[in-house]
Design a binder for this molecule. Structure first.
Ligand code: SF4
Length: 119
């Protein structure tokens, strides 16, 4: 059998891409920013860029705070250049590595205490 141009047999349709939720896309974007060395909240460089052994997290920082809403509580950063909104786009994660704007909390935890004792 001989085919002519545009006379090809039907090809199977491509599998549709799974549609990701907004929250999942946000998580992927945030993970990408951290991998590039930036904190997703402040968009500043991570402290561990200068000190790979740095274990400080947003939860150790005095700029991180908890906002209470109808469906629960959410963590925010007061240094977020986009401001503090009720959107999940400005939520932070306690586990995110600290950025260069980090300042220790007054209720210093063990990890921060160990770092502040270093020379
Ligand atoms: S380390 Fe502090 S200033 Fe930096 S993003 Fe986290 S909470 Fe905000």
């Amino acid at each position: 059998m001989q085919y002519r141009l545009f006379d090809l047999p039907d090809l199977p349709a491509d599998e549709p891409e799974p549609k990701l939720s907004y929250g999942r896309r946000l998580t992927i974007r945030n993970e990408g920013l951290i991998a590039q060395g930036y904190n997703p909240a402040s968009r500043r460089q991570l402290l561990r860029g200068a000190d790979p052994d740095c274990q400080l997290r947003c939860k150790d920082c005095k700029h991180a705070w908890r906002m209470y809403g109808w469906t629960g509580s959410f963590f925010k950063c007061a240094k977020n250049p986009r401001g503090v909104t009720r959107s999940i786009a400005t939520d932070i994660r306690w586990k995110w590595p600290a950025c260069v704007l980090f300042e220790p909390r007054e209720d210093t935890n063990q990890r921060t205490a160990v770092r502040s004792e270093e020379p």
